[in-house]
Each structure stands twice: as structure tokens, then as C-alpha cells.
Design a protein around this ligand. Structure first.
Ligand code: HEM
Length: 215
């Protein structure tokens, strides 16, 4: 027999699903801004070659990109601050924060288990150790994006903040690398959600998950 079990609180679900389109808007408007000075590359490979900018219709939209970026960042910040505050007040943070360094060993075992190289998965609570590390990291990354963003938004008024990140160019680089990190996280996260199946995905929408009677 199966029964329904509450997995994700309503507020957490709202914060999660509001964050998704907001992050997309931040990345999109960020690309519109990046076009004006697209310095980053790996060897000869530019992150966004000219033809890609042209194909996406990005050129000459710097002012539009800045307006969108600086408008939506407030909602991104408010949603993020409320989410963190809520996890602290509700106690949900306990499921998200890795308990000790042994989380890294457990996370490695989760990876081996997912790759079918290890039979048993380490014991877990709501999230396994790999999820805890990644979810916790993504929250810290969110804070990093806001702080580096503020540093490069107002580098004169907030010179101390830019200095804290090693100066303006370094703050800009960290801001950019964090964005690449979100894209990498997103690909991995959605792949895991697909692998975990409908029951797990649905629980992030309705809150409840179908579990065996004895769970
Ligand atoms: C199509 C996009 C997305 C889908 C389908 C999705 C789906 C899900 C699902 C099903 C869970 C619950 C996992 C579980 O119970 O094992 C979850 C949790 C989570 N997701 Fe996503 N997600 C998406 C986008 C994002 C984005 C863009 C971020 C952040 C950058 C994000 C960050 C998180 C975090 C931090 C949690 C843990 C939430 C908590 O319990 O407090 N997700 N997601």
C-alpha cells in the first residue's frame, strides 16, 4: 500500500518556482550586457562568438539588458533572502546544510551508486549528501552573485566590496563564472529530476509524495 507524505512546504515551492524564471531573466539580460565587452575566452574559444550574439539578436541591446538586469535583480534578491530566512525559521535548513566533512565521502558514494558502481546508497534524510552539498553551494553562489553584482554595479560607491573580491576585474570574472556554474547546475539538476521520476517532480509542485506505507 502507498500513502501520501508531505515533502516540500508551500513556501519553499513558491520560492523555488519563482526563482527559476527570475534566474532565466537574469542570465538573459546578463548576456545582453556581456555583449558590450565580451572578454572571456578559454584559449581561442570565446564564450559567445560574434555569430552567436548575432543569431540570438543580442547586439545593441546594452541599455535594455542593464534595465532588465537591475530591475529583476531586486526580485531575485528579495526571493533569495526570503527563502533563506524561511529555511532558517522553519528549520528546513537542517535538510540542506551538510552536517560534517563526511558529507563529501557520502556524496562520492551517492555518485558511485547512481553510476551503478556501488550497490548500497549511504543512508539519507530528505536529501542525500550530494544534493545537500550542491543545494547548499547554489545558495552560497546566489549570495556571491548578488555581492559581486553590487561590486561591479557601483564600483565607486562600493569600492571596498570590489576590493574584497580582488578588484573590479576579479569581481566581474567571479560574477561571470558563477553564472556558468548556474547553467552547469541547471543541466545536472534537471537531468537528476528526470531520472528521479514523476513522483519526485510532482512533489515539488503539489508538496506531497507517494511513499510506501512503512516509509
Ligand atoms: C526546470 C527547472 C527546474 C526543475 C524541474 C526543478 C526541480 C526540482 C525538484 C523536483 C526538486 C526537489 C528534489 C527532491 O525532492 O529530491 C528541486 C529542489 C531544489 N531545486 Fe530545483 N528545479 C528547477 C530549477 C532550479 C533552479 C534554476 C534552481 C537554482 C538555481 C533550483 C534549485 C533547487 C534547490 C536549492 C532545491 C532544494 C530546495 C529546498 O528543499 O529548499 N532548481 N528542484
Amino acid at each position: 500500500m502507498h500513502k501520501l507524505k508531505l515533502k516540500h512546504l508551500t513556501a519553499i515551492r513558491w520560492f523555488h518556482w519563482i526563482n527559476f524564471p527570475l534566474l532565466c531573466l537574469m542570465i538573459w539580460s546578463g548576456i545582453l550586457i556581456y555583449w558590450a565587452y565580451p572578454v572571456y575566452h578559454i584559449g581561442p574559444l570565446r564564450f559567445f562568438p560574434k555569430w552567436l550574439f548575432a543569431a540570438l539578436g543580442v547586439p545593441f541591446r546594452l541599455a535594455e539588458g542593464m534595465a532588465l538586469h537591475f530591475f529583476f535583480m531586486w526580485f531575485f534578491v528579495i526571493n533569495g533572502v526570503l527563502y533563506v530566512a524561511y529555511t532558517l525559521i522553519s528549520g528546513e535548513w537542517r535538510y540542506l546544510v551538510p552536517r560534517s566533512w563526511s558529507a563529501f565521502r557520502d556524496a562520492w558514494q551517492v555518485v558511485l551508486h547512481d553510476l551503478h558502481l556501488r550497490k548500497e546508497a549511504p543512508p539519507q534524510d530528505k536529501y542525500n549528501a550530494a544534493q545537500q552539498i550542491v543545494y547548499f553551494a547554489i545558495i552560497v553562489m546566489g549570495a556571491g552573485s548578488v555581492l559581486t553584482g553590487l561590486a561591479i554595479y557601483k564600483p565607486a560607491q562600493l569600492a571596498w566590496l570590489a576590493a574584497l573580491f580582488g578588484g573590479y576585474p576579479m569581481a566581474r570574472l567571479i560574477h561571470f563564472v558563477l553564472t556558468i556554474g548556474y547553467v552547469a547546475f541547471f543541466i545536472m539538476h534537471v537531468a537528476q529530476v528526470i531520472l528521479a521520476g514523476w513522483n519526485n517532480f510532482r512533489s515539488m509542485i503539489i508538496g506531497w509524495e507517494l511513499v510506501k506505507d512503512n516509509e
